[in-house]
Design a protein. Structure first.
Length: 325
């Protein structure tokens, strides 16, 4: 890993020589500007407005544009003469809890490596002190012509530094929040909580840039002379993208899960209207079955009563014969 800056960490009276390396890399697919008609490259040329000719990099300096549009030249010597104590030093100014750093200030990330054997011991001391304290170090450093703010923390067994924006570089959120007067009910919050629980956690290493992969496949296909693949159907279009439908389905899922209990299965989403129709149909069928069963029972009872009457009629003559004898 190539270092982009060499200096030292100033930790009280301790100086730790270090190398600064980029901790991140950009994987975005880059494009070139081309002439649509013939595919020729379109390039930017640096032209002096006064002489109306192209100039080389060696002829280009820097200047500050004043409010009236005039340019004030600033040389490298002018900047080198400025009193910047952090020109070659990462000066630690405080140790604070990590949650006191606003994530909106987070910027580019770097790895700090011990530069040489003598730097190993103090580097390890600072790393272990950060680990044990559970705090992060706030520091000042200068890079690419300007002084910056940084935060040092431990990642694995390495000290990493995040560039921080200065507090006055963070815009206020005034006028961004929705207008007041909207009331959220507890039931809606309960559904939102259930949705959050349903989504659960994610392994960050499993997330990939699908758009970049699609662009790379497109470039490969066109390079091989084949046409681009058919676009996949948009799931949001199929579902309608209606939040109210999602909340209704979530409500049904939660109710079904409470009814079924923790049986290890996956609760199916059933509309309340469908469940009502099914329940009514079952009750109607049960009534019809009961009616069919009760009808034969009545007929059987009637037959038994007729049989008893006929038996009684037959027994009467038998008694008369006995009396005459």
């Amino acid at each position: 890993m190539r270092s982009i800056w060499n200096g030292a960490i100033s930790f009280g009276l301790v100086s730790i020589p270090i190398k600064l390396m980029n901790a991140t890399e950009n994987h975005s697919v880059s494009f070139r500007q081309v002439h649509v008609e013939d595919g020729g490259r379109v390039r930017y040329r640096k032209v002096c407005e006064l002489e109306e000719r192209e100039v080389t990099s060696a002829e280009i300096g820097r200047g500050y544009e004043d409010a009236d549009g005039s340019i004030i030249p600033i040389t490298d010597e002018d900047l080198a003469a400025l009193p910047i104590p952090t020109a070659k030093t990462i000066e630690i100014v405080a140790f604070v809890p990590a949650d006191t750093i606003d994530p909106m200030q987070m910027d580019t990330a770097y790895y700090l490596s011990a530069n040489g054997v003598p730097a190993t011991k103090p580097y390890t001391l600072l790393r272990e002190a950060l680990k044990r304290s559970g705090k992060v170090a706030v520091a000042r450093f200068a890079l690419r012509g300007r002084e910056r703010l940084g935060m040092l923390r431990v990642v694995d067994d390495v000290i990493a530094m995040h560039g921080l924006l200065w507090p006055d570089e963070i815009r206020t959120s005034e006028g961004v929040a929705p207008e007041s007067g909207v009331r959220v009910r507890d039931a809606e919050l309960d559904l939102a909580d259930a949705l959050m629980d349903t989504l659960g956690e994610v392994d960050m290493s499993s997330l990939h840039d699908d758009y970049r992969a699609a662009v790379e496949e497109l470039v490969t296909a066109k390079a091989e002379g084949t046409g681009p693949a058919e676009p996949a159907p948009d799931a949001s279009d199929a579902d309608g993208g209606k939040v109210i439908d999602l909340m209704a389905a979530l409500e049904s899922s939660v109710r079904a899960a409470k009814k079924d209990g923790p049986d290890g299965g996956v609760a199916k989403v059933t509309s309340l209207e469908g469940r009502t129709k099914k329940s009514t149909a079952k009750k109607t069928a049960a009534k019809k079955t009961a009616a069919k069963k009760s009808t034969p029972a009545k007929k059987t009872t009637a037959k038994k009563a007729t049989a008893k009457k006929s038996t009684a009629k037959k027994s009467t003559p038998a008694k008369k014969r006995t009396s005459s004898a």
